[in-house]
Design a protein around this ligand. Structure first.
Ligand code: FES
Ligand SMILES: [Fe+2]
Length: 341
């Protein structure tokens, strides 16, 4: 097939699969041993985060006049950019009389409080101490040492991403659960084609983690490898191989290691927000899809090839509506002592 420029196009790796009814799939519950998931979760929890928390997509913090506000672990945060585009962050209450700085204005890279005009350029001022901030090009992070309580790291643990020609999309949702419930959902790949039959079919878990192999327990082989097909339309599917790892306690990464979009990743970050009025924890899922392809022409904005759309949709709301229901259910069972794991 040739495109409009007359160049030859590689055909998409679409496969037509016979229709199999949902109930006739191979059950996965025997393989999805609770102890296996719990072990992977425990090892993830033991890895260092250096007290870094994802606060949102880099592009959500623009250079316009509106600061960005987010509460992490009950800590109110304001973030903005300097005139040269650097990320700045600090406590979200004005050090004068406590105005919410998220509602203030950024003027020439400085936050100017809308109550009485106090200016913060990102350096310490009148008891206001900035938080270390990091922009990795896709996501924005802040370091909250008092909240994390770990040994601080200079930089967050950012997963290895595709190097060239990548397109990213970031999706955020909030659930009534804790970060570990989000991570536990992601470390259960067996639910894919049962719980999300509209997106996935033919899911096979190829290998499961054997446990830590290095002294620090952080070997990247400590993950799940899954063969799965993304549903495109009707009986058309795109088969891929994906590896799931947890590089730090609040992050699970899916690398596409075979099939269409090799090198693409989906990063799921769980950021604790705090508790609501009834003491129920709330957690934000910030999911970044960084997609790439070795197809000619996969550069720039027109890069989202039809075959990659299912991958980009991995981050879409429908999946996370269901996955948050899973995570919220897990949190409910844990808090009432009924969790079976
Ligand atoms: S509360 Fe911000 S300047 Fe007064
Ligand atoms: Fe899921």
């Amino acid at each position: 097939m040739k495109d409009h420029t007359g160049r030859r196009r590689r055909s998409l790796p679409l496969r037509m699969r016979p229709r199999v009814s949902w109930a006739k799939q191979q059950p996965t519950w025997q393989a999805a041993r609770p102890a296996l998931i719990a072990g992977a979760l425990k090892r993830a929890a033991a890895r260092p985060s250096g007290n870094w928390y994802v606060i949102g997509a880099s592009r959500d913090i623009g250079s316009g006049p509106r600061p960005f506000g987010r509460t992490v672990g009950g800590v109110e945060i304001v973030a903005w950019r300097t005139e040269t585009g650097e990320l700045r962050a600090g406590p979200g209450a004005c050090p004068h009389l406590g105005a919410p700085l998220r509602d203030s204005r950024v003027v020439c890279g400085t936050v100017v409080c809308h109550w009485h005009g106090l200016s913060l350029d990102g350096g310490p001022f009148a008891g206001w101490e900035p938080f270390p901030a990091h922009d990795d090009g896709v996501l924005a992070w802040v370091r909250l040492d008092a909240l994390g309580g770990e040994t601080p790291l200079d930089r967050p643990v950012v997963p290895r991403r595709p190097e060239r020609g990548a397109v990213d999309a970031v999706f955020t949702a909030v659930g009534r659960c804790e970060p570990e419930d989000i991570v536990a959902n992601r470390l259960d790949p067996w639910h894919g084609s049962w719980f999300h039959p509209y997106s996935f079919v033919d899911l096979t878990v190829v290998s499961v983690p054997e446990g830590p192999q290095g002294d620090d327990g952080a070997d990247t082989d400590d993950g799940f490898v899954v063969d799965v097909s993304f549903k495109v339309a009707g009986r058309l599917v795109v088969p891929v191989r994906a590896a799931f790892t947890a590089p730090e306690p609040r992050t699970v990464v899916m690398h596409i290691t075979g099939g269409e979009g090799v090198g693409s990743i989906v990063e799921t970050h769980a950021t604790p927000l705090g508790t609501d009025g009834r003491g129920v924890p709330r957690t934000a899922v910030v999911e970044a899809v960084v997609a790439t392809s070795d197809r000619p022409g996969f550069v720039g904005a027109r890069a989202v090839a039809p075959a990659l759309r299912p991958l980009m949709r991995w981050a879409a709301g429908r999946l996370w509506r269901d996955d948050l229901a899973y995570a919220e259910r897990r949190r409910q069972l844990r808090s009432s002592g009924r969790f079976p794991g």
